[in-house]
Design a protein around this ligand. Structure first.
Ligand code: AHM
Ligand code: MG
Length: 336
């Protein structure tokens, strides 16, 4: 039974039995993530103070400029998970290929792989706007004790055993699920402890916030254009409020609390949208569904899509169930 103000450590131990598989290993894994998150949080919070903001001068696999903090967050999460030998493989949005943890083919009996977007919304760092980390955990499908393969990572979202996000905002929170609801913990920076502040989070069934980059309106599919016009119509409880931070973790976290929809559709500029199925959409979909919401690509459930590549992109409609369903109604009027 979740008790408000419980520490994350206490909560993990108390809820271990709810987890169907080897609970000790998963608990240790979440412990490592909370540790790495504290280290990254410390760095993110002093971004304005030291010469750490600004471009690192390299581009990642997506052809986007990496920021120094992206690199820092990426290294911190990978190092923490590797050093503690908790997982057998890691894939990061910042790296071209997945990493096999050394020793996996000898005594390493670890069963889990982690996929991570170490610092989502990193273009917001320079302007002091919230950013986040997103993680997704699967049980490997290849035999324990052998090196991981791409198959271990290309699993549909419905096979996730846990997922979560960390939001580095006005306060820092870790929100995660192991398939038994969603719980949110707030970091007390003075003590370095996470406290259960948002037990059993539920996304409102409906809401009045829509989050989409309307600057791309002319490039959107007709169904999305029609849905935006619907949101702006003066009827019933509309027009809705438009809120777009440009940092998905923050936009979705707000919608989780207040109710709303987040959309990153495909466009005439980018056939599959921008967001990555494995690092961004699946983990957020797992959280939002566990909180009672819905996540689709405009037509089909995100977590039922079969991934074909690590850095695959996908259109994303996510949030309060009735709002996502209304958007899908508009999408259904046109050819996919
Ligand atoms: P990133 O992983 O490179 O930071 O990209 C993902 C981010 C999301 O957090 C955000 O919602 C979106 O990109 C914003 O993109 P755009 O500026 O095209 O609206
Ligand atoms: Mg991202």
């Amino acid at each position: 039974m979740a008790t408000k103000n419980q520490t994350l450590g206490e909560f993990i131990i108390e809820n271990q039995q709810d987890f169907a598989y080897s609970s000790g290993e998963l608990s240790r894994l979440i412990n490592s993530i909370r540790l790495a998150a504290k280290v990254v949080n410390h760095e993110v919070n002093k971004a304005g103070l030291v010469d750490i903001i600004g471009a690192f001068g390299e581009t990642n696999i997506q052809g986007e400029e990496q920021q120094k903090l992206d690199v820092y967050a990426d290294k911190t999460f990978i190092r923490t998970l590797t050093n503690r030998e908790i997982v057998c493989g890691i894939a990061s949005e910042e790296n071209d290929d997945f990493i096999t943890i050394e020793g996996c083919n000898k005594d390493n009996k670890n069963k889990y792989v982690v996929l991570i977007d170490p610092l989502d919304g990193s273009s917001n760092i320079d302007v002091n706007v919230s950013v986040g980390t997103i993680f997704s955990i699967y049980r490997r499908v290849t035999p324990v004790g052998s090196p991981v393969t791409i198959e271990d990572f290309l699993q549909p979202g419905n096979k996730q055993v846990a997922s979560g996000y960390i939001i580095y905002g006005t306060s820092t929170m870790l929100v995660y699920t192991t398939g038994n609801g969603v719980n949110g913990f707030t970091l007390n920076p003075a003590l370095g402890s996470w406290y259960l502040s948002h037990p059993d989070m539920k996304i409102p069934e409906t809401g009045n916030i829509y989050s989409i980059n309307e600057g791309n309106y002319v490039h959107f599919p007709q169904g999305v254009k029609d849905y935006i016009k619907y949101c702006q119509e003066e009827k019933e409880n509309r027009p809705y409020t438009s809120r777009y931070i440009g940092s998905m973790v923050s936009d979705i976290h707000r919608n989780m609390i207040k109710g709303g929809i987040y959309i990153y559709p495909k466009s005439s500029k980018s056939e599959s949208g921008k967001l990555r199925l494995l690092y961004e959409c699946n983990p957020m979909a797992f959280i939002v569904e566990q909180a009672g919401g819905k996540a689709t690509d405009g037509y089909s459930r995100i977590m039922d899509l079969n991934p074909s590549e690590l850095h695959q992109r996908v259109p994303f409609f996510c949030g309060s169930t009735t709002m996502v369903e209304k958007a899908e109604e508009f999408m259904a009027k046109y050819e996919e």
